[in-house]
Design a binder for this molecule. Sequence first.
Ligand SMILES: C[S@@+](CC[C@H](N)C(=O)[O-])C[C@H]1O[C@@H](n2cnc3c(N)ncnc32)[C@H](O)[C@@H]1O
Length: 228
Amino acid sequence: MPVAKGSRKSLGDLLASRLIPARFLAAQLRRPSGRFGRWVLARGLNDGNAELIDALFEALRLGPGERFLDVGFGGGRALLVASEQTRGALFGADFSPDMVARGHRVFSHLCASGRLNLVTADVVDLPFRDGLVDVVGTTNTIYFWPNLDAALLELHRVLVPGGRIAFGYTGREKMTRFDNITRHGFRCFEPPDLEAPLEGAGFVDVETRALTGRDTQGDYVTMARRSD
Ligand SMILES: C[S@@+](CC[C@H](N)C(=O)[O-])C[C@H]1O[C@@H](n2cnc3c(N)ncnc32)[C@H](O)[C@@H]1O
């Protein structure tokens, strides 16, 4: 799948654009759809979230045979990275039918070989059996989950005992730069707002890394483990 940078609009360009109505952009970030979602936003997400996604995998350190689930995969960059790091089965769930259809197209080789299974589903109700995967990753999605506690319980269910989970997100303070967009229904987080619910859902070894890159200051990766 092509993820290289080119003449495309970066996510920063999109967020800063005054030409795109903020309410429309907020709705698209929550659930990309139509031509804008498929052709503009999905690519912008892949480019704009690349550093955060790389940081998430650096923290997760996928083993060569581990099974991986990406929730809210959007443009699919994290699935591409995962496919290079593990030979294990890959799963993607996204509640945008357009992102799932696009995923089937760009990852047709992986889907056809049975290595990747993409489903249209809400994080609170995943069509996967208990203990299906060793690792769950999700980036820039939690702002849109209306019931975080229910989502964490569902992710706990699909993880194997001892399995790992990681969340990549932009902190509330940095998000204030994009107030014009985030005021349309985003829930913003600082690490304790995620760490405490993770412990409440039965996860252990909860820990957060603050990213320090030029563009990633104010972003976080929070990790946890399902107890054995
Ligand atoms: C801002 S995009 C992030 C995409 C990708 N993870 C990335 O970092 O580039 C948010 C994605 O999460 C999906 N999403 C939002 N809420 C969801 C939910 N409740 N269940 C499943 N997917 C969800 C959206 O459809 C969208 O594709």
